[in-house]
Design a protein around this ligand. Sequence first.
Ligand code: SF4
Ligand code: SF4
Length: 369
Amino acid sequence: MSFVLVRSALDQLVQVLEQDGYDVYGPVVVDSAIRYQLVHGIDELAIGVRDVQGPGHYSLVERSDDAMFGYTVGVASLKDLFFPPRRAVWSSVREGGTLRFEPAERPEPKIAVIGARACELAALAIHDTVLLGGEYKDADYLRRRTDSFIVSVDCTEPGEVCFCGSMGTGPAATTHFDLAMTELLVDGEWEYVGRFGSERGERILERVTHRHPDQIEISLVRSAVSGASDAMGRELSTVGLPEFLASHREHPAWADIAQRCLACGNCTQACPTCFCVSTLDTASLDGSRASRELRWDSCFSLDFSFMGGRPHRSTIDARYRQWLTHKLSGWVEQFGTSGCVGCGRCITWCPVGIDFTAEIPKMMERVDA
Ligand code: SF4
Ligand code: SF4
């Protein structure tokens, strides 16, 4: 542990980041849910609220204290900031007998985030691999990630649907942060006991009032984080899981789940690692203008697998199986990690509460039986 900030110093941190040209995003209550929003001070953050999450359920309730990061994860993840749901690609104008194409404006935002969770940083690491690690890089994602500044806050009160402990991604951040902190209430005062993740983090903190932690604060952080690991709401055994899913493509459970699944795609939209997109072309009625944009898509949509004149995943069980087996099995082969970071969003935001941490053990039991 390297530093301690008091709450007012967090405001200083926001100001220093703004002075350096950053757009600072933090967790804010919007429409009864927590989302990352542009902020200019810490009094805009989601203070004194806690989220209650369960299969198909999300609500916010008041806390008995004024913790600033006393919730688990918000409805949207860092994906919204670095890989936004809609991106313009080009537009065209018909002039006389010719068509003029123009590339879309390429924003170069300088993004800073305060309050990112460990699971979200694990998802960011996955997106860095998928979107930047291959021969063809996502130029827009690269622009947003370049110079981004991440302040992580460890989870000390995991929720009912969290299982980052099983996936090795939390509750404390280990990667992809510039500063990481744990929020503690010590003698009635909020403290943020932190560690550095980059030289840039050290340079920024030189301009913020801080002090070194003492042994008591260090041990309080350790017990808060280990308490969070013990209190994890769910678990998923990943030993042999990729092989199990790959070898049970005809398991009857896929059809059982499909009886409940609405193929709405909420799980893929909420998931911080899903990255499928499609292109949408639109044209004005008189044909004088047209444009193309990239939009998030979902393997649950019928059109997503349209090839050779028909969708080749025409049933919901085929689409659910595609999502889950790619996420937990094919992804490992393709990118070297699981595609799941255990944030639980797909469980919370599934309108019918499908929970694969419960479905997979049932599948395995049926095979054993
Ligand atoms: S699959 Fe579900 S639990 Fe796993 S990262 Fe995606 S939303 Fe989170
Ligand atoms: S699993 Fe749930 S969230 Fe995902 S497509 Fe089916 S009904 Fe929608």
